[in-house]
Design a binder for this molecule. Structure first.
Ligand code: SP5
Ligand code: ZN
Length: 334
């Protein structure tokens, strides 16, 4: 399988995150990607497709914010990573804020997604990694590819960051795939709901979004991912949320996966983007499903039975020492 990785993605390394009322070490560490990369002999470098494919998914103002936020933070006399503490709820006002704190709050939904001097560089190459994995799949030169993206993307919306995500790599690839495929599906199998991806395509009829994730009644990101969210307007019925209670193990998980895959198949997808998170693993330090490493081969095989050109994009997964094995199992099963 074609695999893509760029080590410029490793530069972004926030120090800490706010979690359950306390500062904790940043879980989304560069070591995650390093450990996964170690499982492969060779990985191709991404091409540079520039800003255009990113800017069709993300707002220009948000991209400008991401690029300048760290400098503005420094200019405001701050030390350490840029992080928000005030967030506008429900009805956000037009983004004409002056202070960096107001800008950060207006472009994020949590305090777990700091911006460092290297965030833009890493997020940019993460998006290029996804786009580069897509190319051979889209052109029919390969049936599948794996994009080792980091930072992850599925919590990032058109104009906001969150959940360790800045640019939505899967959404950027799915949108680019529309150049050749009329119907693109995104299957999100990270432990957490892919709220950013869902938001980006919520009212569209050309990109199907299906997600299996921890019930938002008990788990982050809390405000999205309920079963009754099914899309809006032209996109009604083109979003499928399959939340599971904590503790879900392989039998239930694979039964739920079968539902997601048959919905994607019935809808008539011509190309599949998989947002793959390894945080469904029993040993994940921040998550509560019960999949074992050996379960991932069967899960990969089941996804492959859809028999569509497929781009697999890396999302979360925080049991750093196990990540290489989990990704290896999933891809070999696939
Ligand atoms: C891409 C991705 O997987 N992002 C996940 C972001 C989760 N951030 C907050 C999770 C809060 C979990 N708190 C549980 C603490 C258990 N000790
Ligand atoms: Zn996750």
């Amino acid at each position: 399988m074609i695999t893509i990785f760029d080590d410029r993605q490793l530069a972004h390394a926030p120090e800490r995150e706010l979690n359950n009322g306390a500062w904790t070490a940043y879980q989304e560490s560069p070591d995650r990607a390093r450990q996964i990369a170690k499982a492969f002999d060779v990985m191709a470098q991404p091409e540079d497709f520039g800003l255009d494919p990113i800017a069709v998914v993300h707002d220009r103002a948000y991209l400008g914010f991401l690029r300048s936020a760290y400098d503005e933070w420094r200019d405001a006399g701050r030390e350490g990573d840029a992080i928000g503490y005030a967030f506008p709820i429900i009805r956000r006002r037009a983004n004409s804020h002056i202070r960096i704190d107001a800008k950060i709050g207006a472009h994020s939904f949590d305090a777990a997604t700091p911006i460092t001097a290297d965030t833009w560089e890493s997020a940019y190459w993460s998006a290029q990694t996804a786009l580069s994995g897509l190319q051979p799949v889209l052109k029919g030169e390969a049936r599948s590819a794996f994009a080792l993206c980091r930072p992850p993307g599925h919590h990032a919306g058109a104009d906001y960051m969150g959940g360790y995500c800045y640019l939505n790599n899967a959404a950027i690839a799915a949108q680019a795939a529309r150049a050749r495929a009329d119907r693109v599906a995104i299957l999100d199998i990270d432990y957490h709901h892919g709220n950013g991806t869902q938001d980006i395509f919520y009212d569209r009829s050309d990109v199907f979004f299906a997600s299996i994730h921890a019930d938002p009644a008990t788990d982050y990101p809390y405000y999205w991912g309920f079963a009754e969210e099914t899309g809006a307007g032209a996109g009604e019925g083109v979003t499928l949320n399959l939340p599971l209670a904590r503790g879900a193990e392989a039998v239930l998980y694979r039964k739920t996966l079968a539902k997601a895959l048959s919905a994607i198949s019935d809808w008539g997808a011509e190309l599949l983007v998989v947002s793959f998170g390894a945080d469904t693993f029993a040993g994940d330090p921040i998550s509560s499903f019960a999949l074992e490493t050996s379960d991932y081969a069967a899960i990969g095989r089941q996804v492959a039975e859809l028999a569509q050109p497929t781009l697999i994009v890396m999302e979360g997964g925080y049991a750093v020492g196990q990540l290489g094995a989990i990704v290896g199992e999933f891809l070999s099963g696939f």
